[in-house]
Design a protein around this ligand. Structure first.
Ligand code: BGC
Ligand code: CA
Length: 269
């Protein structure tokens, strides 16, 4: 994995382990070892080489840098070890280098479209989201990571779907927060000091950052009736809880169960 600090990736890794366990039989034991690249592609390259030396049969790689799989592909190929990349998608040219390279991930466009749809629906049902009553929704967008396929498509598709559904938007700010709750809280705290209670909608590329934004409001002087509507993506437990409590308004399920299931099936094949 690219880091040990990403709740979505950790949840998906746990699912992968349990899925593989289920697929064991009298002829086949599955031994899984998990290492993280600590946000450093070179470190991840070294870990992959060590795992190959240790005798692994299949590699599942959640790249640190999705544009830099070359070293991993090279050693895997030399040792004839298939690689299932997941969640951080190598570009087509890299995946086409060898026929034992695979990719499993979500359909980012779809999660963005769905986020736009649920946000538009919510805004129509709750006209009070437009707190200053100017007919436009002042919004900020929390972006996962520059260059991440899911961040790029989710941002585009979510905003376009809102517009297609007749919501008039006014962009206040786009901020990268590395998919991370703490970073999003910091960014949002800065935005609150800049815009006060003017933000009416927060669109976040994932739940963790949406939760960070909610936390920033909780720690601000802005009264609860002036908090924006906040939407995430992933459907992680903490977000579902926040939606029940009313600090987030919606999320889109990123099917980690099925993605882990497909990886397990592919690995065993
Ligand atoms: C998930 C994020 C996660 C990211 C990591 C995305 O698909 O929605 O929660 O942080 O992948 O690469
Ligand atoms: Ca408004």
């Amino acid at each position: 994995t690219y880091t040990q600090d990403d709740p979505f990736i950790n949840a998906m890794t746990d699912k992968l382990k349990s899925q593989l366990k289920i697929m064991e039989n009298s002829n086949m034991k599955v031994i899984v070892s998990v290492r993280n690249g600590d946000n450093d592609q070179r470190e991840q390259d070294e870990i992959v080489a060590e795992m190959i030396d240790a005798g692994c049969d299949v590699l599942c790689v959640n790249l640190v840098d999705r544009t830099a799989p070359a070293n991993i592909i090279k050693v895997a190929r030399q040792n004839d070890i298939p690689v299932i990349f997941f969640n951080r998608e190598p570009v087509h040219e890299d995946l086409a280098q060898w026929d034992k390279l695979y990719y499993v991930g979500c359909d980012a466009k779809e999660s963005g479209d769905m986020q736009g749809e649920i946000a538009a629906e919510y805004i129509k049902k709750h006209p009070e989201v437009d707190r200053n009553g100017d007919g436009k929704i002042q919004y900020v967008l929390l972006e996962g990571e520059a260059g991440h396929q899911d961040a790029i498509s989710r941002t585009d598709c979510s905003v376009n779907t809102l517009i297609e559904n007749g919501v008039q938007l006014e962009k206040l700010s786009y901020q990268f927060a590395d998919w991370n709750r703490g970073q999003a809280e910091n960014r949002m705290t800065q935005l609150i000091s800049q815009y006060g209670d003017e933000v009416e909608l927060v669109i976040s590329n994932n739940d963790e950052m949406a939760l960070g934004a909610a936390e920033a409001y909780r720690n601000s002087r802005i009264s609860e009736d002036k908090w924006p509507a906040i939407f995430g993506i992933d459907g992680l437990d903490d977000a579902l809880q926040a939606i029940k409590e009313g600090t987030m308004q919606g999320t889109v399920y990123n099917d980690k169960e099925d993605q882990a299931g497909e990886m397990a099936r592919l690995a065993v094949d």
